[in-house]
Design a protein around this ligand. Structure first.
Ligand code: HEC
Length: 459
């Protein structure tokens, strides 16, 4: 072999092992028992632009919202239910995951690829049940959406900056997510008879902090909620329809996985609607009043009656949280009203419940958090995909922490903001000109967020 060929061969080995380190399926290795089936990622994305499978229906989500959502659920379940959501075994249509959700304390577990979601607070799942419960979920994208993901993730160690400049999922893109809770039917009455999975999750209920060891163990988790998101041009204000299903034990004549009923739908944020006035872009299934909402700790599903599910924060909604999808994420506003920030109802609506067209930015003036360089960067809009946001974030954290493969591969992923020079104080930069009262609510955003839970919010 000539020197050149040796060089080329060694480059190939390091490039491909780096790629493998950038598409790791799970956070912690499974036991080396050959009989244990373990989660594998479906990342073999199709080329965009070709004939890709997409969802379409004549059913109008405004006039028949439950009919619409039930069609989406049937589409999402077809070929997946019988394979326990091992989407690679689906012989009817292809489904895909997103990379880089293995990293961090909340990273994918090895049985089903679940990531840790927002924890349920005391009394949220059921009035009088005074405990924290951890929740875990796994999401999938259909083929139409995967064409867009493939254009972004041409290289799992270095996503395409060009593709990220113009993220626009095509019509008929669908994503869905199955969410399980560590609460059991013995603890939460509504879960009686619900399907269960085994998952390798945290031993403790409250969220794990960065400094905690956060040990995991195999435990039983129970199906609580299923989320769907559909790119539908009839949703003229946002481009997206978000819907959620809950387990309904009252349907005991059906098989457990068929006992799923729509609880809410939203295709906008109703930014003009005053409190107590009827909403136009959000609908809740009142049949679950007293089952999944309707008491002090959980008065409604989402903020002032907007769409959300039982796992979600009652001061947010599907559309408002997903509308913040951009990279870097908004440091100043986060994706939800920070608990210590007091705003009037109309201020909240102006910031968090504006209707954002896919492709527009929630916070154009974003400044990256430490440990990244505090210069203003040009953020990219991610068209409501928060898994893409998290994946990019985890990739950049791995680079800045020199975790594999960035312990040997020196090059910075082009999308990541630069490293912060030692002496620079981001806090000083960010808070120039702010009074002490204005500072207080911002404090929690000024810290380093590496290894915070991959969850919906940390309020
Ligand atoms: C406060 C924030 C927040 C709220 C509210 C929220 N989500 Fe999400 N959602 C996330 C985050 C963060 C992710 C990515 C990580 C993950 O999969 O858990 C996500 C992921 C998803 C995904 C996978 C595709 C994607 O966009 O990343 C779907 C589908 C989804 N959510 C639907 C919903 C629906 C439907 C609702 C309302 C019932 C909802 N979400 C409410 C934060 C939120």
């Amino acid at each position: 072999m000539t020197d050149l060929r040796i060089l080329a061969a060694s480059f190939f080995i390091s490039a491909s092992s780096a790629a493998a380190e950038c598409s790791i399926p799970h956070f912690q290795l499974p036991p080396s028992d050959p009989n244990t089936t373990t989660f594998e990622l479906s990342l073999d994305y199709p080329a965009a632009g070709s004939e890709l499978d997409s969802f379409s229906t004549e059913t109008d989500f405004r006039s028949d919202w439950m009919g619409y959502l039930n069609e989406v659920l049937a589409y999402a379940f077809e070929g997946n239910l019988e394979n326990d959501f091992v989407v690679q075994d689906n012989s009817i249509r292809s489904w895909f995951h997103t990379p880089w959700l293995h990293a961090g304390h909340s990273g994918r577990e090895y049985v089903h690829g679940l990531t840790r979601e927002r924890s349920s607070r005391p009394n949220e799942l059921q009035n009088g049940v005074d405990a924290f419960f951890q929740n875990w979920g796994v999401g999938f994208y259909n083929e139409a959406a995967a064409g867009t993901l493939g254009a972004i993730w041409t290289d799992f160690c270095n996503p395409s900056v060009d593709a990220l400049a113009d993220v626009d999922f095509p019509e008929g893109s669908v994503s869905f997510k199955v969410l399980f809770t560590a609460a059991s039917e013995a603890e939460i009455d509504a879960l009686e008879g619900a399907p269960t999975w085994t998952a390798h999750i945290h031993t403790q209920g409250p969220p794990c902090r960065r400094e905690d060891p956060c040990p995991r163990e195999e435990r039983t988790v129970t199906l609580l909620q299923i989320d769907v998101a559909i790119k539908d041009r009839r949703a003229t204000d946002t481009g997206w329809v978000f819907g959620t299903f809950v387990y309904d034990k009252r349907l005991s004549h059906l098989a457990p996985w068929e006992r799923l009923v729509p609880i809410s739908i939203g295709w906008g944020n109703d930014p003009e609607v005053e409190p107590e006035e009827p909403l136009f872009e959000n609908i809740i299934n009142e049949d679950f009043d007293g089952v999944f909402f309707g008491w002090d700790a959980r008065p409604h599903m989402g903020w002032n009656g907007r769409a959300n599910g039982p796992v979600d924060n009652p001061i947010s909604s599907c559309v408002s949280c997903h509308g913040t999808a951009q990279f870097p994420r908004s440091d100043t506003f986060a994706n939800i009203l920070p608990s210590r920030l007091t705003l009037t109802d109309s201020e909240i609506r102006r910031v968090y419940f504006q209707n954002i067209r896919g492709g527009s930015l929630f916070d154009p003036d974003v400044v990256p958090r430490p440990p990244f360089q505090s210069d203003l960067v040009v953020p990219v809009a991610l068209d409501y995909s928060l898994q893409t946001q998290l994946g990019l974030e985890q990739l950049c954290f791995a680079w800045i922490d020199s975790r594999p493969p960035f312990d040997t591969v020196a090059s910075k992923p082009a999308v990541c903001p630069s490293r912060q020079p030692e002496a620079e104080s981001l806090a000083a930069f960010r808070t120039m000109g702010l009074t002490e009262a204005q500072m207080a609510p911002l404090e929690r955003f000024l810290g380093d967020i590496r290894d915070e839970p991959v969850s919906k919010d940390n309020n």
